[in-house]
Design a protein around this ligand. Structure first.
Ligand code: ADP
Length: 549
């Protein structure tokens, strides 16, 4: 018999050892390397790789202890396994710190290194193990070293708890916290099972305890796979998930090739079922998420394109609109002087300044005068609109008596009212109606509204009322005219809007008067509005101007 071979071997356990160690090694190393390359060596991936590597070295060490019968090998691998163990815990804490907080402080790093120093000293001085029990190939560990190991392991776990607390009380969003908490649970579950089973195994020298303890490993790794792929702690996408899941299936499935005992086979079946269910969920979830993401990305790209086009079109429209307003302003100015001349001379002709007109001439000259009048109102309206749009409407505020202004307007419009055969009533509450306004513009607004009532009333009565309401002057112009339908009420103050029934009584309107009136009154911090019961039921227009303090 070879002197270097143990008499009684642990070969009975060797398949279990393979099963519980080799799959995790393969998965951990694969995950570590995969994430390292996929994320181009990100800090988190490097931390994770070191964690997986130390863990894999420990597992390979341990599998040798369980399967080898070579005396020297066993002693050698046993002598430094505790050091690797502490290193693995420290790297786990470091990885979790980076995941949870982006990085850990220098003090924490020093603490982690310090945790590893004593066990390192035990190891290199050959004090980690005290004796070798040759017949069964088992090492007797140094008690101090075993206890220190547990202390160091829980030191690392404490640091993980600290990282978790920082995350829980930090500003991270709920979705970002979830993967971190999940990874924390996975590592803690694994670390505590690992540490506790190891400790009892060493204390009782029943090393199988630690062997079976490692069956929680696949669960830990599955959670890690889930976190890496589905929760994207490394921002890796669907393809990665697929590869990882299939590799997991193959690894677990391939174990059937060398599993012997029925317990092991049953364990493997259970693991395979869990993995298949888990993998299916993982893949379908990731796929859905991925498809939704692609759709959203496409939509976002389309939206951006459309937005760009729209904003270009909008810019172009703004330029055109400005050009239109400028043209309008220019044309109106150019039209104004000849119109004034035509109107002036027609008026002089009508008044007989160039000698009496023959009855034949009177009508045509009157038509020239009326038409020029209409045209000059249109031109003035256009000019006002272009000024409003170019922001060039100038205001000159002076203290004015609104009652006086209204009376003057009524005097001027009275001939039109009489001509239309309408009754007219002006009433006012006693009191002062003085406030700061741009006189010409207020005259324009009040004239337009009373004039509209005359134009849109065939028979009946027009009433103008002047009231004081709180700190406002209210001018109400009511008529018994054609009225306004419910649909048209909210639109009347927009540009170029004329109600369908307007042409019955006045075919020459532009639909600009009320638009201009609204802008002018708003510049006085006032309000203008209309009420009507409907078509044929008359209208009531209100102008409200605040009394300046
Ligand atoms: P215009 O009278 O030149 O058409 P306005 O802007 O002054 O333009 O008026 C817009 C529209 O509001 C009119 O075309 C008409 O349909 C409606 N309107 C204005 N005043 C009255 C009123 N007193 N009664 C009924 N409809 C009116």
């Amino acid at each position: 018999m070879d002197i270097n071979t143990c008499f009684e071997t642990t070969s009975f356990y060797h398949t279990t050892a393979y099963y519980s160690h080799l799959i995790p090694v393969a998965i951990a190393l694969f995950l570590g390397v995969y994430t390292l390359f996929k994320t181009k060596f990100s800090k988190l991936a490097v931390a994770f790789f070191l964690f997986s590597l130390s863990f894999s070295i420990w597992l390979i060490n341990d599998v040798i202890l369980w399967t080898s019968q070579d005396y020297y090998k066993i002693v050698f691998f046993w002598s430094w396994i505790d050091y690797i163990d502490v290193l693995f815990f420290a790297l786990g804490a470091y990885f979790f710190g980076v995941l949870a907080r982006g990085s850990i402080s220098v003090v924490e790093k020093i603490l982690l290194v310090l945790l590893c120093v004593p066990i390192f000293i035990f190891t290199v001085t050959g004090n980690a193990i005290t004796e070798f029990y040759h017949p069964v190939c088992e090492v007797i560990s140094n008690d101090a070293s075993v206890h220190y190991k547990v202390f160091a392991e829980w030191g690392a776990v404490a640091l993980m708890f600290y990282s978790l607390i920082v995350v829980l009380f930090g500003k991270l969003k709920k979705e970002a916290r979830l993967p971190i908490i999940l990874v924390f649970i996975a590592i803690i579950l694994f670390f505590s099972t690992f540490s506790i089973t190891e400790y009892f195994a060493t204390l009782t020298a029943q090393y199988e305890i630690s062997l079976y303890g490692l069956f929680v490993l696949p669960i830990f790794l599955m959670i890690m796979v889930f976190a890496v792929t589905n929760l994207r702690i490394f921002h890796i996408r669907y393809l990665g998930t697929q590869i990882l899941v299939y590799i997991l299936f193959i690894m677990i499935g391939s174990q059937f090739l060398f599993l012997e005992s029925s317990t092991d086979k049953t364990l493997n079946v259970v693991t395979l079922i869990v993995a298949v269910l888990f993998g299916y969920l993982l893949l379908s979830n990731t796929k859905k998420e991925e498809e939704a993401k692609i759709k959203i990305e496409e939509l976002a790209a389309n939206l951006e394109k459309t937005n760009n086009k729209l904003s270009q079109a909008n810019d172009r429209l703004k330029v055109l609109d400005k050009q239109k307003s400028e043209f309008l302003s220019f044309a109106s100015h150019q039209l104004r002087s000849p119109l004034t001349a035509i109107k002036g001379y027609a008026s002089l002709l009508l008044e007989g300044d160039y000698g009496p007109l023959t009855p034949d001439m009177k009508h045509p000259v009157q038509v020239i005068f009326d038409s020029t009048n209409t045209l000059s109102t249109v031109v003035t309206d256009y000019l006002n609109v272009s000024r409003i749009e170019l922001g060039q409407m100038k205001y000159d505020f002076t203290q004015e008596d609104i009652k006086k202004i209204t009376e003057q307007i009524i005097d001027e419009l009275r001939p039109n009212v009489d001509k239309a055969g309408l009754q007219f009533k002006f009433s006012y509450d006693p009191g002062e109606y003085v406030t700061k306004v741009d006189k010409d513009k207020i005259i324009q607004v009040i004239t337009n509204i009373i004039d509209n009532s005359v134009k849109y009333t065939k028979k009946g009565m027009i009433t103008v009322e002047l009231k004081k309401k709180a700190n406002n002057i209210l001018i109400a112009v009511k008529d018994t005219g054609i009225g306004i339908s419910k649909e048209n009420l909210p639109k009347l103050f927009a540009k170029f809007v004329r109600a369908g029934n307007a042409n019955q009584t006045n075919s020459r309107g532009t639909g600009l008067g009320l638009y201009i009136a609204k802008d002018i009154i708003e510049k006085h911090n006032g309000k203008v509005w209309v009420e009507s019961e409907g078509e044929g039921k008359g209208s009531q227009f209100y102008i409200q101007i605040p009394v300046a303090k």
